[in-house]
Design a protein around this ligand. Structure first.
Ligand SMILES: NC(=O)c1ccc[n+]([C@@H]2O[C@H](COP(=O)([O-])OP(=O)(O)OC[C@H]3O[C@@H](n4cnc5c(N)ncnc54)[C@H](O)[C@@H]3O)[C@@H](O)[C@H]2O)c1
Length: 366
């Protein structure tokens, strides 16, 4: 099958996003995007054991350095990022080197930020291996590391030369990681495309079984929506912020739990449900729409066995540290309907408290 190609349009920095199967084996996609024979692959050991041989074979006779990062959001930090830079310096990588991120969002975000900073910016390729990374993290050039006070607090906008999203990689992803990734897929239907949301409602069982054609459709659709948003608003001056649906709550949850015990996608799922409830409270969506959203997340099953929610006062404090705070006010992405998102700060403390209390009860009962 010929790979599907989406173009992320940013004038001279435009790049292709390939979505398909056997992309590294049957299709000679990678080589045109290398800037020299110097390459450093950044990955994690479990991913390398599955896919590094395929990547190395695709790189033919190019010698590669390989850097391994530890697994876990708690390691998306300055020390590990510095480790990538140290290795580049130690191995004498030059300005025309290429960094290849082979992994999920953590590998991609950290490698991208290292590529942005090393020698003021070197060539960078994303080969995302998780669902979240294929539909979201690898696309759009947001690169970052976490700080104890907040998610992705230190980073840069730095676009890759290309993104290679092979859905075959998703077959080895754990059920928990995969379900968490589906939360980001649902997000695209909610913010932009009511028909896609409806398709997800009808096809969730197929997606949960990792049916190849359903997956191809969902990854391609999601990546296209993301690319379209980024093409119009690379630096998140307006439109792109709608992609943060569920993230103001979700990031606070991740920080409250010190990035342990809850996956990013799971935190986003809880955040989206909370945003939906808050939108209903404001009278912006009907209770039947809210129930449809909740039912879809129930089907995905990505909110089970999560840590209890922090108390409202703590939750609000964590939200106030988020990057989405502007002029001291927390901003939310909420819904005006399925397929229609809006950025707002018109939320009272009382509505916020009720939303957090409602979600805390919900989490006990899922
Ligand atoms: N830059 C952005 O725009 C953006 C968008 C969304 C999320 N993110 C970031 O992405 C991160 C979450 O990404 P993630 O969910 O991919 O998590 P992750 O990178 O931790 O990957 C999840 C786990 O799956 C393993 N794994 C990866 N691919 C695999 C495969 N094919 N088979 C088996 N195991 C595999 C990894 O080793 C890891 O243990 C967060 O840090 C989040 O902030 C960034």
């Amino acid at each position: 099958m010929i790979p599907l190609v989406i173009t992320l349009s940013l004038a001279s920095r435009s790049y292709p996003i390939y979505v398909g199967q056997h992309l590294l084996t049957k299709h000679n996609i990678l080589l045109p995007y290398l800037s020299s024979k110097q390459i450093m692959i950044v990955t994690q050991e479990n991913i390398a054991s599955l896919y590094l041989p395929i990547l190395k074979a695709a790189l033919a006779d190019y010698p590669c350095d390989v850097m391994y990062l530890p697994n876990g959001e708690q390691y998306k930090n300055i020390e590990q990022w510095q480790g990538i830079l140290e290795k580049l310096i130690e191995q004498r990588h030059e300005r025309n080197t290429t960094l290849i991120a082979l992994g999920g969002g953590i590998v991609g975000d950290m490698t991208g930020f290292a590529a942005a900073c090393y020698l003021r910016g070197v060539n960078f390729i994303q080969i995302p291996t998780t669902l979240i990374a294929q539909v979201d993290a690898a696309i759009g050039g947001k690169t970052a590391i976490n700080h104890a006070s907040g998610k992705n607090m230190i980073g840069a906008f730095y676009q890759p030369r290309c993104v290679i999203a092979d859905i075959d990689f998703l077959q080895t992803l754990s059920a928990r990681e995969y379900r968490a990734g589906l939360a980001e897929v649902v997000k695209y239907g909610l913010i932009q495309d009511a028909d896609f949301f409806q398709w997800l409602e009808a096809n969730m069982a197929l997606l949960l079984s990792k049916d190849e054609s359903a997956l191809l459709y969902a990854v391609h659709k999601s990546a296209s929506i993301k690319a379209n948003f980024v093409s119009q608003d690379e630096k998140e001056q307006g439109l792109r912020s709608l992609l943060n649906l569920g993230h103001t709550f979700g990031h606070a949850l991740e920080v409250a739990n010190h990035y342990e015990g809850i996956l990013h996608g799971e935190a986003v799922a809880v955040g989206i449900i909370m945003a939906s409830f808050l939108s209903m409270q404001l009278g912006w969506i009907s209770s039947s729409d809210h129930q449809r959203i909740q039912a879809l997340f129930d089907k995905i099953g990505c909110m089970k066995n999560l840590p209890a929610l922090p108390l409202p006062s703590d939750f609000i404090r964590f939200m106030q540290h988020d990057k989405k705070v502007e002029a001291g006010k927390v901003h939310f992405i909420l819904l005006k309907g399925i397929g229609q998102a809006i950025k707002t700060s018109v939320v009272t403390d009382q509505q916020l408290k009720q939303t957090i209390e409602w979600a805390a009860d919900l989490m006990v009962n899922v």
